[in-house]
Design a protein around this ligand. Sequence first.
Ligand code: UD1
Length: 336
Amino acid sequence: MRILVTGGTGFIGSHTVVELLNENYEVVVIDDFSNSKPDVVDKIKTITNKEFKFYEGNVCDKELLQIIFKENKIDAVIHFAGFKAVGESVQKPLMYYRNNLDSTLTLCEVMNANNVKNIVFSSSATVYGNPKGLPIKETFPTGETTNPYGATKVMIERILKDIYISDNTWNIALLRYFNPIGAHKSGLIGENPNDIPNNLMPYIVKVATKELKELNIFGNDYDTVDGTGVRDYIHVVDLAKGHIKAIEWVLKNNGIDAFNLGTGNGYSVLELVNAFKKYNNVDVPYKIVGRREGDIGSCYADVSYAKEKLGWESKYDIEDMVKDSYNFVKNSTLHM
Ligand code: UD1
């Protein structure tokens, strides 16, 4: 089986390509390196000791996609490529809507024309907005998102549902990720944004390595265990393995469905910071500041549906997550 992975050198994409190669899938990757580095291609090959085909380019480029489908017999697609910074999406909504929607439409058109109708889409728990309860179930309402990035995820889910309604020979898995952190055990691939990070774990790591002075904790007056925000952090390798299960599921002609990929456990910001300090034996200075606009108090998944339908559940715990996140950044700074 040959899988096309769009955005395959990004944080989740690269870990998924590793798992696909480990499972002996043939892999074709397209990425424009807009939020990743070219050396990830070789690092994936080093980790797996396997080869895969790589095309540099943007998924909005229809001609390139046509060439890829002509040159490779693709059985299914995992679609990661897309912009993902929440704050930036508020500043540059046109850029986000153009890129994230255009790439998906172009991809689906070319898939349709080539009679490839199996797709796994990289969605997000952001589609639930302020969830109606906890833990979050796939059947909860979606759509009330607070930013353009989140809106693109909701819109793309809708587009894919409409495609399925028009032609039920498509098989579509919508994967709603909770908060991916951690990195591959090799320390070769992981998440290390160049700019000041928006997300919690990359920020904690940069404080631990003294690149940034201190962590700002956004609010300690939420209705949670210690007042700080609670999230469902999941190891990126667990998440990657969820994609293998989702690919198996679409290849069995199951139609369309949405799945939460999380652990089902919520940790507060302070719990995560304290685990990071304890297991890495490093200081992470922080101060409490006001709430961040658009944030919710708690968000964690009901993971029973993914377990039942995909036969998937997370394995790594918080200790693995904080150690692997730190190990990757220490390792990459060492080799710069
Ligand atoms: C955010 C996005 C979500 C996206 C996800 C990708 C928002 C509202 N949501 O989720 O759409 O899918 O990233 O990973 O932006 N925190 C701090 N200090 C920091 C950074 C974060 O205290 O410097 C806190 C936040 O208030 C929150 C928790 O850490 O309670 C996690 O934040 P973050 O990593 O940004 O993820 P989300 O906001 O859950």
